[in-house]
Design a protein around this ligand. Structure first.
Ligand code: ADP
Ligand code: MG
Length: 209
């Protein structure tokens, strides 16, 4: 079953926030989810450890060779979600190789979008030898509520040639607040955050189909 990686070598782009909340979102729908922490920083591990009754299984992989084992492991789950590493080229390369789908979270700033260029090239190089697999899409994160996407952001993303999922994730206190207790927005009272995470889950299901 699909392996979905959240990848962006840039720290702070929202990989761990999306990985944990998406894992929980799929779980809420009755899907069997495996969450994989591939970042030596171990943020997803810390998140998982902060909540004794976390319903999600999590494994930590810190060697590229171990990432390969996910192909066989993923058959026991409906979704395997990999929280990507920052900066480590070989961990990101291993995740690209094992994934069916790659989501690239980017903040809506030209600097963040330009910084994704190496990753885009990396993914495209893999797609060329494997008939377009993994498929890749952008997800815009940490939008300031009430603002619009700048023209330069839209134009720069368009040039990369990957789709941009329609749902945007907003900058909201509820994300770090719930994370600090090993929880997700589904445990909080912010209905907008829940709605955007559900909308993103729907986007992914449509895109992946
Ligand atoms: P990455 O894993 O890509 O380094 P994180 O998910 O850890 O990024 O996010 C970096 C920081 O920004 C964290 O403190 C996180 O709580 C915060 N953050 C991420 N997404 C949001 C959001 N949508 N709203 C508010 N804070 C966010
Ligand atoms: Mg992280």
């Amino acid at each position: 079953m699909p392996i979905l990686s959240l990848l962006n070598p840039k720290g702070g782009s929202g990989k761990t926030t999306l990985s944990t909340n998406l894992a929980r979102s799929f779980h809420e729908r009755g899907e069997r989810v495996l969450l994989v922490d591939s970042d030596p920083q171990g943020s997803a591990r810390d998140w998982h450890a902060a909540n004794d009754s976390n319903p999600l299984p999590l494994i930590a992989l810190d060697r590229p060779n171990n990432v390969k084992t996910l192909s066989s492991m993923s058959t026991s789950y409906d979704w395997t979600i990999i929280d990507g590493a920052a900066k480590l080229e070989d961990m990101i390369a291993a995740a690209i190789k094992v994934s069916d789908l790659i989501l690239i979270p980017v903040q809506p700033s030209p600097y963040d979008i330009w910084a994704a260029s190496d990753l885009v090239d990396f993914v495209k190089a893999r797609q060329e030898v494997t008939d377009g697999i993994p498929r890749a899409a952008f997800i815009i994160t940490r939008m300031i509520e009430g603002t619009r996407l700048g023209q330069e952001v839209t134009a720069a993303l368009g040039e990369y040639g990957f789709p941009v999922l329609t749902t945007r994730i907003t900058q909201r206190q509820i994300y770090p607040q719930t994370a600090s207790e090993g929880l997700s927005v589904f445990d909080g009272l912010n209905t907008k955050a829940v709605a955007e995470m559900q909308a993103l889950t729907n986007d992914i299901l449509t895109w992946a189909a």
